[in-house]
Design a protein around this ligand. Sequence first.
Ligand SMILES: [Zn+2]
Length: 143
Amino acid sequence: MKNIDAVFRTLQRSPFRRRFHLKSEERSYLAQKGIEDTMRHARAFIASRLAPALPANDGKQTPFRGHPVFVAQHATATCCRACLAKWHGIAVGQALNEAECRHVEEVLERWLRTEAARATQSSRQAAFEFPTSSVDKAVDNAD
Ligand SMILES: [Zn+2]
Protein backbone atom coordinates (compact mmCIF):
# COMPACT_ATOMS: atom_id res chain seq x y z
CA MET A 1 0.00 0.00 0.00
CA LYS A 2 1.36 3.38 -0.99
CA ASN A 3 2.01 6.35 1.23
CA ILE A 4 -0.80 8.91 1.14
CA ASP A 5 1.45 11.89 0.37
CA ALA A 6 2.96 9.99 -2.54
CA VAL A 7 -0.51 9.10 -3.82
CA PHE A 8 -1.61 12.74 -3.75
CA ARG A 9 1.53 13.82 -5.61
CA THR A 10 0.79 11.27 -8.33
CA LEU A 11 -2.88 12.29 -8.54
CA GLN A 12 -1.80 15.89 -9.03
CA ARG A 13 -0.05 14.86 -12.22
CA SER A 14 -3.20 13.32 -13.73
CA PRO A 15 -5.29 15.75 -15.79
CA PHE A 16 -8.17 13.25 -15.58
CA ARG A 17 -8.19 13.08 -11.77
CA ARG A 18 -7.61 16.82 -11.37
CA ARG A 19 -10.78 17.61 -13.30
CA PHE A 20 -13.00 16.37 -10.48
CA HIS A 21 -14.34 19.03 -8.15
CA LEU A 22 -17.45 19.38 -6.05
CA LYS A 23 -20.23 21.29 -7.74
CA SER A 24 -22.49 23.63 -5.85
CA GLU A 25 -25.03 20.99 -4.74
CA GLU A 26 -22.35 18.66 -3.43
CA ARG A 27 -20.59 21.55 -1.77
CA SER A 28 -23.69 22.63 0.10
CA TYR A 29 -24.41 19.03 1.03
CA LEU A 30 -20.96 18.75 2.55
CA ALA A 31 -21.33 22.10 4.30
CA GLN A 32 -24.71 21.14 5.76
CA LYS A 33 -23.89 17.56 6.79
CA GLY A 34 -20.40 18.38 7.93
CA ILE A 35 -17.30 16.26 7.49
CA GLU A 36 -18.20 13.77 10.28
CA ASP A 37 -21.52 12.70 8.78
CA THR A 38 -20.07 12.72 5.29
CA MET A 39 -17.26 10.43 6.41
CA ARG A 40 -19.80 8.11 8.03
CA HIS A 41 -21.32 7.74 4.57
CA ALA A 42 -17.85 7.25 3.12
CA ARG A 43 -17.22 4.35 5.49
CA ALA A 44 -20.53 2.75 4.49
CA PHE A 45 -19.70 3.13 0.78
CA ILE A 46 -16.25 1.64 1.31
CA ALA A 47 -17.66 -1.31 3.26
CA SER A 48 -20.38 -2.14 0.74
CA ARG A 49 -18.88 -1.12 -2.60
CA LEU A 50 -15.10 -1.52 -2.29
CA ALA A 51 -14.18 -3.79 0.61
CA PRO A 52 -15.57 -7.12 -0.67
CA ALA A 53 -13.08 -9.35 -2.45
CA LEU A 54 -15.22 -9.10 -5.58
CA PRO A 55 -17.43 -5.99 -5.34
CA ALA A 56 -20.64 -5.95 -7.35
CA ASN A 57 -20.31 -4.03 -10.63
CA ASP A 58 -16.65 -3.39 -9.99
CA GLY A 59 -15.42 -0.56 -12.22
CA LYS A 60 -18.88 0.98 -12.42
CA GLN A 61 -19.97 1.05 -8.79
CA THR A 62 -19.23 4.73 -8.17
CA PRO A 63 -21.54 7.37 -9.70
CA PHE A 64 -19.96 10.57 -11.00
CA ARG A 65 -22.24 12.87 -9.04
CA GLY A 66 -24.88 13.01 -6.37
CA HIS A 67 -22.72 12.70 -3.25
CA PRO A 68 -19.49 14.48 -2.35
CA VAL A 69 -17.87 11.15 -1.54
CA PHE A 70 -18.50 9.81 -5.06
CA VAL A 71 -16.71 12.80 -6.57
CA ALA A 72 -13.91 12.41 -4.04
CA GLN A 73 -13.56 8.76 -5.03
CA HIS A 74 -13.03 9.60 -8.70
CA ALA A 75 -10.67 12.45 -7.85
CA THR A 76 -8.56 10.17 -5.66
CA ALA A 77 -8.76 6.94 -7.68
CA THR A 78 -10.59 5.13 -4.88
CA CYS A 79 -13.58 4.47 -7.15
CA CYS A 80 -13.03 0.77 -7.89
CA ARG A 81 -10.64 -2.05 -7.19
CA ALA A 82 -8.66 -1.60 -10.42
CA CYS A 83 -7.94 2.02 -9.47
CA LEU A 84 -7.12 1.05 -5.90
CA ALA A 85 -4.62 -1.44 -7.26
CA LYS A 86 -3.05 0.88 -9.81
CA TRP A 87 -2.87 4.07 -7.74
CA HIS A 88 -2.80 2.85 -4.16
CA GLY A 89 -1.05 -0.49 -4.39
CA ILE A 90 -3.99 -2.41 -2.89
CA ALA A 91 -4.30 -5.92 -4.31
CA VAL A 92 -7.45 -6.98 -6.17
CA GLY A 93 -9.36 -10.18 -5.48
CA GLN A 94 -9.20 -10.09 -1.70
CA ALA A 95 -11.29 -8.21 0.83
CA LEU A 96 -9.83 -4.93 2.09
CA ASN A 97 -8.30 -5.27 5.52
CA GLU A 98 -8.69 -2.75 8.34
CA ALA A 99 -5.58 -0.75 7.37
CA GLU A 100 -6.64 -0.57 3.72
CA CYS A 101 -10.11 0.69 4.67
CA ARG A 102 -8.50 3.33 6.89
CA HIS A 103 -6.20 4.35 4.06
CA VAL A 104 -9.16 4.92 1.72
CA GLU A 105 -11.00 6.88 4.43
CA GLU A 106 -7.99 9.11 5.06
CA VAL A 107 -7.52 9.78 1.37
CA LEU A 108 -11.18 10.74 0.95
CA GLU A 109 -11.24 12.93 4.04
CA ARG A 110 -8.10 14.76 2.98
CA TRP A 111 -9.50 15.46 -0.48
CA LEU A 112 -12.89 16.58 0.92
CA ARG A 113 -11.28 18.93 3.45
CA THR A 114 -9.07 20.47 0.77
CA GLU A 115 -12.03 20.82 -1.57
CA ALA A 116 -14.20 22.41 1.14
CA ALA A 117 -11.48 24.94 1.90
CA ARG A 118 -11.14 25.80 -1.74
CA ALA A 119 -14.94 26.16 -2.11
CA THR A 120 -14.98 29.58 -0.54
CA GLN A 121 -12.15 30.81 -2.75
CA SER A 122 -13.62 30.34 -6.20
CA SER A 123 -17.28 30.64 -7.07
CA ARG A 124 -16.39 30.37 -10.75
CA GLN A 125 -15.09 26.88 -10.14
CA ALA A 126 -18.37 25.96 -8.42
CA ALA A 127 -20.19 26.51 -11.69
CA PHE A 128 -17.91 24.10 -13.51
CA GLU A 129 -19.85 21.19 -14.97
CA PHE A 130 -18.26 17.91 -15.88
CA PRO A 131 -19.61 17.49 -19.45
CA THR A 132 -22.16 14.68 -19.60
CA SER A 133 -20.68 13.24 -22.77
CA SER A 134 -17.28 12.82 -21.16
CA VAL A 135 -18.91 11.29 -18.11
CA ASP A 136 -20.54 8.65 -20.23
CA LYS A 137 -17.28 7.92 -21.98
CA ALA A 138 -15.10 8.31 -18.93
CA VAL A 139 -13.29 5.17 -18.05
CA ASP A 140 -11.04 4.66 -15.11
CA ASN A 141 -8.00 3.95 -17.20
CA ALA A 142 -8.44 7.17 -19.18
CA ASP A 143 -5.32 8.37 -17.45
ZN1 LIG B 1 -11.87 3.28 -10.68
